[in-house]
Design a protein around this ligand. Structure first.
Ligand SMILES: O=C(O)CCC(=O)C(=O)O
Ligand SMILES: [Fe+2]
Length: 311
């Protein structure tokens, strides 16, 4: 594996007091968000609206969840690709994950909880619902800043209405002496945005200019990653970012990732196309793009979005 450089990923403080849309603090942070996404395809958001107590509770809840018997965990299935349980994969032996579809609604959370704990687990449902809702609020804030900074906020509302979320809960075990330290292979996310929270343990690495940069753990920090759908929507101004997980510790690592997808068409705003920025991607159906990624052609492509809908 390539060396990890000491470079830093941009950090943007989204916890500034009174930072409401329309204030000078908002405009200034919005500019930082746009710059970070255009330059790196990601940034570390400092966000204190998710109480530290809830970070700790989530850690405990993830331990409780992954300690369930294997036969219970595999009940987490979905007809959507990569929304269900994954574990004991020979090429990714350290990795185990589960997915909650629609985690910002009581129904979404409860259908997951009821599968895992048929006798109920109210505390799990309550905590995960409030956690997902708070992280989704962060996502909505970032998406608003992106739309505004390109002057296309008139498209925000319809985009928001077609957005749905997946919460992935992830556990990595440390490698044994004879094992590789790859936690999760290098990839680009296929959603619009993804918010990774390193609940316990570092390991997330971001690729920049061919080098791997470790995402350090800061208090109250969430990593915002641009996915392929955002790359398409922004007509390539923001590029999706390649990332991977490397396990360099002797302890278990727990993380969550909240993905935003669209149920509809990702429409490239005409305002983002001009002589200097000719159209790079045709508008596309996000769900069909996700299915294309499941085909051999999609999997093999360096940039599946380019192959699917590139001009
Ligand atoms: O666990 C992490 O830190 C990253 C997970 C990730 O990139 C993913 O699930 O797509
Ligand atoms: Fe990812």
């Amino acid at each position: 594996m390539g060396a990890v450089t000491p470079h830093k990923i941009p950090v943007v403080d989204l916890s500034i007091e009174n930072m409401k849309p329309g204030t000078s603090a908002w405009y200034s942070v919005r500019k930082d968000v746009q710059r970070a996404l255009e330059e790196c395809g990601c940034f570390v958001a400092v966000y204190d609206k998710v109480p530290l107590e809830l970070h700790k509770t989530m850690f405990a809840k993830l331990e409780e969840l992954f300690n369930l018997p294997h036969d219970t965990k595999i009940k987490n299935t979905s007809d959507k690709p990569h929304f269900g349980y994954y574990g004991q994969i020979s090429i990714l032996p350290l990795y185990e994950c589960m997915g909650i579809d629609n985690p910002i609604t009581k129904e979404g959370i409860e259908s997951f909880t009821n599968l895992m704990w048929p006798a109920g687990n109210e505390l799990f449902s309550e905590n995960v619902l409030s956690y997902s809702s708070m992280v989704a609020e962060l996502d909505q804030m970032v998406q608003r800043m992106i739309f505004e900074s390109y002057g296309v906020d008139k498209y925000l509302e319809p985009h928001k209405e077609s957005t749905y979320y997946l919460l992935r809960l992830i556990k990595y075990r440390p490698p044994e002496a004879n094992e590789n330290n790859l936690g999760f292979r290098a990839h680009n996310d296929k959603g619009f945005t993804a918010i990774v929270h390193q609940i316990y343990g570092e390991g997330l690495e971001i690729e920049k200019d061919g080098e791997w940069i470790l995402c350090e753990l800061l208090p109250n920090s969430f990593v915002i990653l641009a996915g392929d759908a955002l790359m398409g929507w922004s007509n390539g101004r923001i590029r999706s970012v390649k990332h991977r997980v490397t396990m360099n510790t002797k302890e278990m690592r727990f993380s969550t990732a909240l993905f935003a997808f669209s149920t509809g068409i990702i429409q490239i705003p005409e305002e983002l196309v001009d002589d200097q920025n000719p159209l790079r991607f045709k508008s596309f159906d996000h769900q069909k793009f996700l299915r294309f990624f499941e085909t051999e052609e999609g999997r093999k492509a360096d940039s599946p979005l380019q192959v699917y809908t590139g001009v």
